[in-house]
Design a binder for this molecule. Structure first.
Ligand SMILES: CC(C)(COP(=O)(O)OP(=O)(O)OC[C@H]1O[C@@H](n2cnc3c(N)ncnc32)[C@H](O)[C@@H]1OP(=O)(O)O)[C@@H](O)C(=O)NCCC(=O)NCCS
Length: 173
């Protein structure tokens, strides 16, 4: 897929990517996934990387072993007739360039292709950036899981439960 000056593609995350993705997790989340969490996602074939070739003059910090630039990654799984997004992360230097939207659209198409009716996710109540991304795609808030996420040693944080109805969803033109 050609996006601006980049040719981008999705590739399955492999064991060889776990270390660099663990670094990206630490750079991106207050409570990053562990290497074990990432390893599980790889073992179950739930994790995809969005990568591109290097762009001249760009200082890219995160690469696959093959030298491709890691723009971001997502982890999702199918239930019986529903899909669940577990993680979506864009590399800090590549944010606000539409890459999360690309991944979300690809996920919705993937889930529709497996006859899923809904795409579900949970998001921290404080993560207004991610909430704006999901709302921009048509996700609706359908509930709250109280104290779902660890916040610090003393406190926990609610999750908003969001879902995207897939039957009528179409990729925006
Ligand atoms: C949330 C995240 C994935 C968004 O990635 P991104 O590639 O920057 O998002 P996009 O460029 O596709 O933005 C899509 C929309 O999301 C919203 N959005 C994204 N970044 C935003 C910001 N900093 N402030 C406000 N809204 C924002 C906007 O509505 C945006 O549309 P617009 O640019 O037309 O206004 C990225 O910020 C990230 O990796 N954050 C850390 C990890 C995380 O919180 N993951 C989600 C929970 S698992």
């Amino acid at each position: 897929m050609l996006m601006g000056q980049r040719r981008v593609r999705f590739i399955a995350m492999t064991q060889a990517d776990v270390d660099v993705v663990a670094e990206l997790e630490k750079a991106s989340h207050s409570h990053p996934w562990s290497r074990g969490n990432l390893q599980d996602a790889v073992d179950h074939h739930h994790a995809q990387l969005l990568v591109s070739g290097p762009v001249e003059g760009e200082l890219a910090t995160w690469h696959t072993g093959a030298g491709e630039v890691i723009l971001g990654y997502c982890v999702a799984m199918m239930g019986v007739d529903e899909a669940h997004l577990l993680n979506i992360t864009v590399a800090p230097t590549h944010r606000r360039q539409g890459w999360a939207t690309v991944m979300m659209h690809a996920l919705a198409v993937w889930a529709q292709g497996r006859d899923a009716h809904l795409l579900w996710l949970e998001v921290r109540a404080s993560n207004t950036v991610a909430q704006a991304l999901y709302a921009s795609m048509g996700f609706e808030v359908v509930g709250v899981r109280k104290r779902y996420y660890a916040l610090n040693a003393q406190a926990r944080e609610d999750a908003q439960v969001m879902r995207l109805p897939l039957k009528a969803w179409r990729m925006p033109k």
